[in-house]
Design a protein around this ligand. Structure first.
Ligand code: UD1
Length: 340
């Protein structure tokens, strides 16, 4: 496809940095905009080492209309891939205004600046969390919205804002991607998921236990209505997920129209299956204990993956074992766990 000038907000984060590499690999000219509120500066150097040239980066908050305006004036972007947002569920319950401010205020600020600069192609990070506790598994895109917490509500509202915007002006073409559970790391082992604090999510938590930085995994509930009683999720390799953004962008330019798709594999794994896979990949003994259910958790999230295949030609390629092996290569290697 034609080369595009792309602004990648949140491009120093976990999914953003992998998507940066996928976009550059596809021949696009990419500028990262990140506030580094929840990402490390050293990611930029490491991205530069992987691609072999300097990374174009702007340090700015997505709520800063002035900084965004300056970025657009200089960059003349054809499209935006928008990751910059907050994503921790329990934090969102404690600090709802932060979530509405960054996730909604940031989105509307960005949209206004895009509109003012005649840039109306956007790929938006949404989440399976918009389904709440879904009635149907695998869950299709037609399932209804169910907000379970402020974070999930911001993803629902973000999608609704984008739908109303597209309805108001056909020049907009917006790809909404609902991610299931991203996992794994880049094949170079130079970038990956690297939370500063104790991780909330399963895979980074397991990786820290494997590395010996945390003593044991708590399995949140073993009495769910699932084959082994533990929660089931559709884990998707972050490199597959990143490729989904490249396909989404291509589709926006080919069709001039928006789309809404799940990005998952269509296959679920339980917490115990993930622990077993990580054990094989890392060759470490992984201690775990059964703990009470985590409030607000959903028993099963698995994507109906057919629409992404039909609309984008998207199919995942990497297995759970590859997610665990790449995660372990990253977390046990020299590039993770920096202090910057
Ligand atoms: C969580 C959020 C989701 C958000 C996503 C990305 C909740 C309820 N959902 O997804 O809205 O989009 O993170 O940030 O918080 N588990 C353990 N022990 C752990 C951690 C997790 O057993 O230490 C289990 C969970 O109960 C679940 C599975 O592992 O069954 C996956 O959990 P997690 O990685 O946190 O992802 P989600 O809950 O699916």
């Amino acid at each position: 496809m034609a080369k595009q000038r792309v602004l990648l907000t949140g491009g120093a984060g976990y999914i953003g940095s992998h998507t940066y590499l996928a976009l550059v690999d596809a021949g696009h000219e990419v500028t990262i905009l990140d506030s580094f509120a929840n990402a490390r500066q050293s990611v930029i150097d490491r991205l530069g080492r992987i691609i072999g040239t300097e990374v174009d980066v702007i340090e700015a908050d997505v709520r800063d209309a002035h900084a965004l305006g300056a970025a657009f004036a200089a960059g003349r972007f054809d499209a935006v891939v928008h990751f910059a947002a907050l994503k921790a569920v329990s934090e969102s319950v404690e600090k709802p205004l932060d979530y509405f401010d960054v996730n909604i205020g940031g989105l509307t600020t960005l949209l206004r600046v895009m509109d003012a600069h005649d840039c109306r192609r956007l790929v938006f990070s949404s989440s399976a969390t918009v389904y709440g506790v879904p009635d149907e598994t695998p869950t299709p895109e037609t399932a209804e919205f169910r907000g379970m917490n402020p974070y999930g509500q911001t993803k629902i509202m973000g999608e609704q804002i984008l739908n109303w915007l597209s309805a108001s002006d056909p020049r907009w073409a917006i790809g909404i991607l609902r991610y299931f559970n991203p996992a794994g790391a880049h094949g170079s082992a130079m970038i990956g998921e690297d939370p500063r604090d104790i991780p909330n999510n399963l895979m980074p938590f397991i990786s820290k236990v494997a590395k010996g930085e945390l003593p044991k995994i708590s399995v949140f509930g073993d009495d769910y209505d699932t084959p082994d009683g533990t929660g089931v999720r559709d884990y998707i390799h972050v490199e597959d997920l990143a490729r989904g953004h490249v396909l989404s962008l291509a589709r926006l330019f080919e069709s001039g129209e928006g789309h809404l798709v799940n990005l998952g594999t269509g296959r679920g794994y339980s917490v115990l299956e993930v622990i077993a896979a990580y054990k094989r990949a890392s060759n470490r003994d992984l201690a775990y204990e059964i703990a009470p259910r985590r409030p607000g958790d959903v028993p099963i999230y698995v994507a109906a993956a057919g629409k992404a295949a039909d609309v984008l030609g998207f199919r995942t390629e990497k297995t759970l074992d590859e997610m665990c092996a790449s995660s372990w290569a990253w977390i046990s290697g020299p590039h993770s766990g920096g202090t910057d």
